[in-house]
Design a protein around this ligand. Structure first.
Ligand SMILES: Nc1ncnc2c1ncn2[C@@H]1O[C@H](COP(=O)(O)OP(=O)(O)OP(=O)(O)O)[C@@H](O)[C@H]1O
Length: 316
């Protein structure tokens, strides 16, 4: 007697499994090495196993980008990859007559969207959606895209424009350390995890030169200020203030060296994101002057005392 599985007989189910296994074998022993498949739509049969095998093979040879039709799959290398984001490579993708024929890269996406704006008589807004789980590399990818546009979309036509272009480029890039200091924190999955979503708008004029940027943030994880999971930390800015304030600022802000607060856990962890100077410098570039900065930091330091009241003691 034939058993019914999901409306199919078990023998036809077995047959299709055998044929899938054969297809898989054929695909894996195919002529072209897996790492050379630069588009996942060419993978056949499309199963979780074949797609992962292909991505794994590419990862093993330090190839971190793969197309999946018009989507780009980015793997996180978790290490610096020399030359992968160099200005020379940006210019190569920008100058190419067919960037989509070059190796899959985030610069292809950047360049194609840039050309889409340019090629149309009436410019049409372009959007890039960067998605993935925590630690996948979304922040990194957005930063790369901003750097790319800062290089390709600010080509000055005159010397005055050059100064202007440089200023805009600096301001756009400096928005990252500021947003990250105030909105990122160390979590179990990512030392520099964004605790908010952001919609970054880069504005171009009719000559396709960048004239400004606007960032809209949403869903900031405000509860982290008062409550952090064990082994996680509060927002970077608090640690930056505690670790980076000058002697003069410590006196002014009533912040003795070595103060610790119950809701600033794991202060002994030293992260590259703990650099107060980088945040201050970036704020200056964004025209947030030193007195305004001091007011912002004073409010934060006051919050530390109020919320973490009674938990202050010197570090031994
Ligand atoms: N392309 C890359 N090259 C080298 N290192 C990378 C790259 N992408 C990500 N990383 C590393 O992985 C870490 C996590 O990446 P990132 O912060 O961009 O993740 P995320 O997706 O924004 O995470 P979250 O959602 O938690 O904010 C980075 O701090 C960096 O060390």
């Amino acid at each position: 007697m034939l058993q019914q599985v999901n409306g199919h007989s078990s023998s036809s189910h077995d047959q299709s499994r055998v044929s899938l296994r054969e297809d898989l074998q054929e695909f894996l022993s195919g002529a072209a090495p897996l790492h050379q498949l630069d588009d996942l739509t060419k993978v056949n049969p499309v199963t979780l196993e074949t797609v992962l095998r292909c991505l794994q093979a590419r990862y093993m040879v330090d190839t971190f980008y793969t197309n999946a039709g018009c989507t780009l799959v980015a793997l996180n290398p978790f290490k610096p990859v020399p030359g992968l984001y160099s200005p020379e490579l940006m210019r190569e993708y920008h100058a190419s007559s067919q960037p989509q024929k070059l190796k899959p890269h985030i610069f292809t996406v950047g360049e194609q969207t840039y050309r889409n704006v340019k090629s149309l008589i009436e410019p049409v807004n372009q959007s890039i959606v960067v998605s993935g789980e925590s630690g996948a590399g979304k922040t990194w990818t957005s930063r790369c895209l901003m750097k790319f546009y800062a290089v390709v979309a600010t080509s000055p036509t005159s010397w005055e424009n050059h100064k202007m272009a440089e200023r805009i480029e600096q301001r756009i890039l400096n928005s990252n350390p500021v947003m990250e200091a105030f909105g990122n924190a160390c979590t179990l999955r990512n030392n520099n995890s964004s605790r908010f979503g952001k919609f970054i708008q880069l504005q171009l004029n009719r000559a396709q030169q960048m004239t400004g940027a606007a960032v809209q943030t949403y869903l900031l994880e405000k509860t982290r200020v008062a409550c952090q999971a064990s082994s996680e930390r509060n927002f970077h800015i608090f640690y930056q203030i505690c670790k980076g304030a000058s002697e003069e600022e410590r006196v002014q802000w009533h912040l003795p060296k070595g103060s610790i607060f119950s809701w600033l856990p794991n202060p002994e962890r030293t992260l590259e994101e703990d650099c107060f100077e980088v945040t201050r410098e970036a704020m200056l570039h964004l025209s947030i002057d030193t007195p305004t900065q001091n007011n912002i930091f004073k409010v934060r330091r006051r919050a530390m005392l109020l919320i973490g009241r009674g938990a202050r003691q010197p570090l031994s």
